[in-house]
Ligand binder design. Structure first.
Ligand code: CTP
Length: 441
């Protein structure tokens, strides 16, 4: 019996896939199809896949062509599979010509001509993308725009700013640039807000009233009652109001949460997160307001605190130093969050520098994420005995912003924005901002 194996993502299964499977089967007597796992696709930078692994496997199964379906989960697995299943022929489409020649050592490699005129990418592009308008003045928007190019479910079409001094890169693009927010709202499906936090409430309110979805840089607002009101408005209008903390959407970070939740380090008693950046000063235009340290970094640093320890905290204490360069803003703030049986500390600074690490301490072990932990691809699970330590590595493409945009588009399609950051966490972040404001402003 001649055994043939082939691999693919098979997203939105199309005629080209079916023809490939038929011809692969015809090369022998038994066809094994490897479908790539979601994680594996994400790790190799394929982030736009629309269907889940289950849906993609079901579609391949339904063709009735495969004798066996397996999941491809790691780099180098093809060699293992070929040996394990005694495969005689490995085949893929000619778009991979030459790429898998190294498998000749294990079996015969055949490249089949690719069917012209159809691909998953094209089908995804044809599905209507979410038209996004950006609002703000920080140079960070240049990055968001660049990253949006990797996500075919979204299309950044315009930008509204009162100060373009740091946005000259974007001005050169074929974007509509305006200072009229209402006019921009008329021409988009959704907005991404990265203006000063004191402006968020009005901007979100206007967007929701105009029937537009919102992705807002955290802190979403600075008062709990404003957040509750906006959430209610979004619910009434069936719109997404999603918090933008890019760390939440990164694979390594979300895996870290799962490891903690599955009890690998025992009961968590302390979360300590530090985020600082002196470079933030350069991010803002001449005429625009600088964010304080807590506004800038607080939400990111508080994310693991609330996602791991929950939102049932009993006390929040602050230590803060004013920024001489920008009076009225904090150069450094340390926050202690107390729980009945746990504690957390965050240190944030835009005028003070420190080691940007995250440590989650538990009764059996701890997790250590080296600086800069908020955009990490790596962390360690450490124990008393160093030989028990485990290192975890997850590929991160770009700055993680693209994952956030993918999830925003998914949230709009599925009417659910809570998979990554639930509203209790967002509300707790707003609560810390409000307490800080009451104390210092
Ligand atoms: N394939 C093909 N003809 C096409 C599209 C795909 O023969 N028009 C083959 C690929 O060469 C591969 C298999 O089908 O062997 C699975 O491809 P996959 O990457 O899942 O599909 P694409 O449509 O190429 O997806 P994308 O656009 O995301 O790259």
């Amino acid at each position: 019996m001649i055994k043939v194996i082939t691999y693919g993502t098979y997203d939105l299964l199309h005629y080209g896939h079916i023809r490939l499977l038929e011809r692969a089967k015809a090369l022998g007597d038994y066809l094994i199809v490897g479908v790539t796992a979601d994680d594996f696709d994400r790790q190799r930078g394929k982030i736009n896949v629309q269907q889940t692994l289950e849906e993609r496997v079901a579609a391949v199964k339904e063709t009735g062509i495969a004798d066996k379906i397996i999941i491809e989960e790691y780099e180098g697995q093809k060699i293992d599979d070929i040996k394990r299943y005694g495969v005689d022929i490995f085949t893929v489409g000619s778009d991979w010509e030459g790429y898998f020649d190294y498998l000749n050592e294990y079996c015969k490699v055949v490249y089949l001509p690719r069917t012209q005129g159809v691909s998953s990418s094209e089908l995804r592009a044809k599905k209507s993308s979410v038209k996004i308008g950006m609002v703000g003045y920080s140079s960070f928007l240049n990055k968001v725009y660049r990253e949006s190019k990797f996500v075919n479910a979204v299309d950044v079409t315009s930008i509204c700013s009162s100060d373009f001094t740091k946005l000259e890169d974007i001005r050169k693009e074929t974007l509509q640039c305006t200072d009229n927010y209402s006019a921009m709202l008329d021409n988009v499906d959704a907005v991404y807000i990265h203006s000063h936090p004191t402006l968020h409430y009005d901007e979100i309110h206007k967007a929701l009233e105009a029937g537009k979805h919102v992705l807002c840089e955290s802190p979403v607002v600075l008062l709990k009652k404003q957040y509750d009101e906006l959430l209610q408005l979004a619910g009434k209008k069936n719109l997404i109001l999603m918090e933008a903390i890019r760390t939440a959407y990164m694979l390594a970070y979300s895996r870290l949460l799962l490891i903690v939740k599955s009890g690998k380090i025992g009961k968590v008693v302390s979360v300590d997160a530090t985020c600082t950046s002196l470079s933030t000063y350069g991010n803002f235009g001449e005429n625009s307001k600088k964010w304080g340290s807590l506004e800038d970094w607080g939400p990111t640093a508080l994310l693991p605190v609330f996602q791991i320890l929950g939102t049932g905290y009993t006390e929040v204490d602050f230590f803060s130093i004013e920024d001489n360069k920008y009076p009225g803003t904090d150069a450094f703030t340390k926050v202690n969050v107390s729980y009945p049986d746990a504690t957390a500390t965050i240190k944030v600074g835009t005028g003070v520098k420190s080691e940007g690490e995250l440590i989650v301490s538990g009764t059996k072990g701890y997790i250590y994420v080296p600086a800069p932990w908020w955009k990490t691809d790596y962390f360690e699970v450490r124990y008393e005995q160093p030989e028990d330590n485990k290192r975890q590595f997850y590929q991160l493409e770009g700055d993680g912003i693209r994952y956030e945009l993918v999830e925003f588009a998914h949230a709009i399609q599925n009417s659910d924005a809570e998979f990554y950051i639930n509203r209790n966490v967002t509300r707790a972040i707003v609560d810390v901002m409000e307490r800080f404001k009451n104390r210092y402003c």
